[in-house]
Design a protein around this ligand. Sequence first.
Ligand code: GUN
Length: 308
Amino acid sequence: MKAFKRAESNGFMIPDLTLDCAYFENTKCKILDGKKLSNNFVQQSQTLINGRKIPCLAVILIGNDPASKVYVNNKIKIFKEAGFLSKSYILNEDEYSEQKIINLIESLNNDENINGILVQLPLPKKFNSTNILNSILPSKDVDGFLAHNMGSLATGEFNSAVACTPFGVMVLLHAYGIQLSGKNAVVIGRSNIVGKPMGLLLLSDDATVTFAHSKTKNLKEICQSAEIIIAAAGQPEMITSDYVSNSAIVVDVGIHRKIDGKLCGDVHPSVKEKASALTPVPGGVGPMTIAMLLLNTALSAWDLSNKK
Ligand code: GUN
């Protein structure tokens, strides 16, 4: 996988999980186990850290979004497990202006003990996310959200951070031996966080990519012709089995809480009856996002070609 080369030259590797694979109960559908793969990256980080600078991530959380609090706590927990450092800035939105947040980011840009800066999204409505994100130094943008880093992905240079969720999906597909070259892949969703970088990554490994979104006509037919479906629409259980062809590979990027309190994704459970492989929710894409954040922070600290 082209996007993984920079990680590889700094000692990371993608384990082969093809022989060590479980199936959803009573189906022929493989579980693409993101939790297991994420644990492997935590172990690799613990090993690679020996003799190297201990990477440190600054995490900024503004406001009271309950899901964001859970995500940020999970990120901090995994960093600790890997032996990495993190510094969290939990900010009250009423006490912070946009300029005050930008001032904080600038002080973190100038702090040589900080290797990565993450601003958890979405931000409260009163802030302009673009202004805030653009104040992060590109070499510390471990989310890969800045134009500089998205551009490196679009041109195929891959010399800086790649957005964590789509990067994690690529690593997961690779670990399970899923070939992309020449395959028809549909990405449902066109966000800067997932959809756009996801499509570019699939394209860089020679898939034939269709971007679908809320204005797409005939979504069902488009999905039926796909060999790989990446569901990042943000709609609970929207992709039902009639969207999916036999033996398709389905990646569920969604995570939602249902009224009964249980978690679900963008993909309906009935898809297991048809797909040849599917990511579970929870335990699929979510843990891989954090694993790639760990990896991007490590590369920001260790990759000499990254230093400007
Ligand atoms: N909100 C949802 N996903 C992400 C992510 O990968 N990074 C950040 N910073 N915010 C998010």
